[in-house]
Design a protein. Sequence first.
Length: 208
Amino acid sequence: MIKMNCWGGTSIAAVILLISFLLIGATVASVISSGTEPGSEEEIEELLDDVLNELTTYLQIKDKIGKFSTLNDQLQIQQIALLISPLFSQDIDVTGLTIKLCDGDAVYILNYSGQAAFVGSHGLFGHPLWNSLNETSFGFLAIHDTDRSLIDFDVLNKDLVYTLIKLPEELSLKKGETIEITLFPSSGIVRTIALKAPLPIHSVVTFD
């Protein structure tokens, strides 16, 4: 798998902005050419803001790691942490974020547990926040949240945070098994990644 460098990130941002400008132009042209009243200036601005927000709400996934544990006498990955950050400096309400897990047979939908904390001295996979998660919820551990927007207000802006996912036992990964994880923000671009469990040489592993 090709890893996206800084140029790749810039290209994605440029493409998203180009598409947004084209759609905004098309929206304005549609309003002007229609036979209906265009509405107030505030209504038009709100419409354009909605189009721009839909396109620029893009979550980058910067790191993908998992932890092997012994389940049913086998080493399996049940804990997954995804390091995410908004591509653009904007507020993203994480209360509307939904995560779908799919292994090709079973599908689980996770909702935000309402719990976010700093990693602190506990370590990523040893943090007590994991104990509050179940097969229908996820949480966040922040490594960068200087304004406490996520910790206090459930809002991502320039933050860098790990999304904690505790896989249901049915979806826990043995070596070579794959799971698809899809992030659905309340508005914006959907992200889907496929994670394949590597050889358990270490208990904590990085997905390709």
